[in-house]
Design a protein around this ligand. Structure first.
Ligand SMILES: NC(=O)c1ccc[n+]([C@@H]2O[C@H](COP(=O)([O-])OP(=O)(O)OC[C@H]3O[C@@H](n4cnc5c(N)ncnc54)[C@H](OP(=O)(O)O)[C@@H]3O)[C@@H](O)[C@H]2O)c1
Length: 316
């Protein structure tokens, strides 16, 4: 009898244990499922961290939200501008093989006290280089001479762009380039291009300013988990005065005791767009980084939104 009681107790204990274990595993698979459901609902759009002033790219690397564009800056002017940026705490520099100033950018970085890993350099290869993209990538690496490249873009669409992008993908595999992307690609171009490549671009850099806002393109790109980076935020050289003097922008600037340039850059940041305004003036470079201590209201964002007139200044 005693023996049967012992056997029954052991069986009961075993049954309770099994029920507990099953309910435990059901719980964890439910959690996994619900995590999956949530991530399905979440927006893929990259989120800015206004504390660290960075955005995390889909490649896992962090990109500063504000920096310096170097188009039309050459030799000492470029060197001095990059040096001023780094001294002021700026860490994002935008160059291109086409600008002919990668050597000056690299020299300023090497001469600075800022550790290489804190600096983020974007460069681009031009369509005329797409017939030998591997050679073009090596040439950028040589001219910059800063070890690796943080972000390399195809400068704009052209013959052989898919093959050139595949060469960028290989450069990522080889550790020569951290992140890759495109410039001057819009919705139709992206729809055709993306199915042909293996690595989703981390960044798309396009012309964006209050008179050319790309209201459909920006959210389309962001929803793909790709960071949007503007170029020519002030309309580009030769077009800046009209934007700076625009009544709406100037009045918002006055209300915040900042400049029109700062309002335009802040408007970009609040749309989740990375900014690299071009400048060779140390005062402007400092001013263009000082855009994190004020915030545009929804009403002000809306007012700037009404300024869009589809006015593109670059030819592509
Ligand atoms: N991917 C592409 O196809 C592409 C095309 C164009 C440009 N980009 C990139 O985007 C960057 C920016 O575009 P961008 O240089 O053409 O045009 P931008 O940034 O719209 O305008 C540059 C002009 O704004 C002036 N400026 C800058 N900061 C100012 C401030 N705080 N107050 C008053 N004036 C100010 C500059 O003069 P000062 O020198 O006197 O400051 C310069 O004349 C380029 O440098 C380049 O890196 C890329």
């Amino acid at each position: 009898m005693r023996k049967w009681i012992l056997i029954l107790t052991a069986a009961l204990f075993f049954a309770i244990c099994m029920a507990g274990c099953e309910s435990g595993s059901a719980e964890s698979s439910k959690n996994e499922n619900s995590a999956g459901e949530n991530s399905g609902k979440e927006s893929a759009a990259p989120v800015f961290d206004f504390e660290s002033r960075t955005v995390t790219l889909n490649s896992g690397y962090e990109m500063p939200a504000a920096g310096l564009g170097t188009y039309a800056l050459s030799d000492e002017e470029c060197y001095n501008s990059v040096t001023a940026l780094l001294e002021d705490g700026g860490r994002l520099i935008d160059t291109a093989s086409y600008y002919g100033n990668e050597e000056s950018v690299g020299r300023a970085i090497r001469d600075s006290d800022v550790p290489r890993k804190e600096i983020f350099v974007t460069t681009k290869i031009y369509p005329t280089e797409f017939d030998d993209p591997e050679g073009a990538i090596e040439a950028c690496l040589e001219r910059l001479d800063i070890g690796y490249i943080d972000l390399m873009l195809l400068h704009h669409p052209g013959d052989g762009d898919v093959e050139a992008y595949h060469a960028l993908e290989e450069a990522v595999e080889d550790g020569k380039v951290h992140s890759i992307g495109l410039s001057n690609w819009y919705v139709e171009e992206l729809e055709e291009f993306l199915p042909q490549v293996n690595i989703t671009p981390a960044v798309v850099q396009n012309e964006i300013h209050p008179y050319y806002q790309e209201k459909d393109v920006v959210p389309y790109i962001q929803e793909l988990g790709i960071v949007v980076n503007e170029y020519s935020p002030f309309g580009g050289r030769g077009h800046t005065a009209e934007l700076f003097e625009d009544e709406v922008i100037a009045s918002i600037a006055k209300a915040h005791d900042v400049t029109s340039a700062q309002v335009i850059l802040r408007w970009n940041l609040q749309r989740g767009v990375v900014v690299n305004p071009g400048s060779s003036d140390p005062e402007h470079i400092r001013e263009n980084l000082d855009i994190f201590d004020f915030e545009l209201t929804e009403d002000e964002m809306e007012k700037i939104s009404t300024l869009d007139r589809g006015e593109k200044h670059e030819w592509y």
